[in-house]
Design a protein around this ligand. Structure first.
Ligand SMILES: *Cc1c(COP(=O)(O)O)cnc(C)c1O
Length: 232
């Protein structure tokens, strides 16, 4: 795939760095299962970039907009049925049907109305998705996510009231904070709620995130290069 040779080279390098970071896990993160899932964040990048990653063996991808995911991925899935797509951006309830049709995982479950809508849509489509509750570990007022202090109650509500099976937790820490603190907190909150998956860490900080407990890292720029268009 000409013009996208960097994707395979970047993936090789990142996989090696992930392996090294797994071996450098500390504290409670040592109990994390061996493998870390690399979610290749392809938002704003063309299908050709995703194809280059598929050809390099990558199977798990992340998109932050349902419509972009729905435009790009169904055709790719036809040729690669084992492809997995994670929604990592905010989800409006009016896009829940399309999100459930298009994605395998939703990492941004952040309110009860969305939990209720997802439960209804999953039942309707007879599907099971990996659901991650987004936690606002930095307690930033402008950021979505459940506050750490309200998490246990929200997890219980998702399970008991809506009958949802949850896979794990996800966080986007404040830009200038040390990711290690947030990864350690998210790992602790996940263990306390009997959740295996911990999604934290991006291009600039996935190694310390893994050292402190991440099981899923979401890496875009370091694989595909700089994004030209829209941001989150
Ligand atoms: C875009 C995005 C990423 C990837 O960020 P990079 O710095 O390009 O690796 C990770 N997580 C979320 C939620 C994103 O929106």
């Amino acid at each position: 795939m000409t013009g996208f040779e960097h994707v395979a080279a970047n993936l090789r390098e990142i996989r090696a760095r992930i392996t090294a970071a797994c071996e450098a896990r500390v504290g409670a993160a040592r109990e994390t299962p061996a493998a870390v899932q690399l979610v290749a964040v392809s938002k704003t990048h063309p299908a050709e970039a995703v194809i280059a990653a598929l050809e390099a063996g990558q199977r798990v991808f992340g998109e932050n907009r349902v419509q972009e995911a729905a435009a790009k991925f169904p055709a790719l899935r036809a040729s690669h049925p084992d492809l997995k797509l994670h929604l990592i951006g905010p989800l409006q309830t009016n896009k829940v049907r399309l999100a459930v049709e298009t994605c395998d995982a939703i990492q941004t479950l952040d309110r009860d109305k969305l939990a209720e809508a997802l439960a209804a849509e999953l039942a309707k489509q007879g599907k099971r998705l990996d659901l991650f509750v987004q936690v606002n570990t930095g307690e930033e007022p402008q950021k979505s996510g459940i506050a750490p202090g309200a998490l246990d109650r929200f997890v219980a509500q998702c399970r008991d009231e809506f009958g949802l099976t949850l896979a794990g937790l996800m966080a986007i820490p404040p830009e200038d904070d040390d990711v290690a603190l947030h990864a350690a907190l998210l790992t602790k909150l996940a263990a306390r709620n009997d959740l295996a998956a911990v999604s934290i860490g991006m291009s600039g900080d996935f190694e310390p995130a893994i050292q402190f407990g991440a099981t899923h890292v979401r890496v875009g720029t370091a694989i595909f290069g700089a994004r030209v268009a829209q941001e989150v």
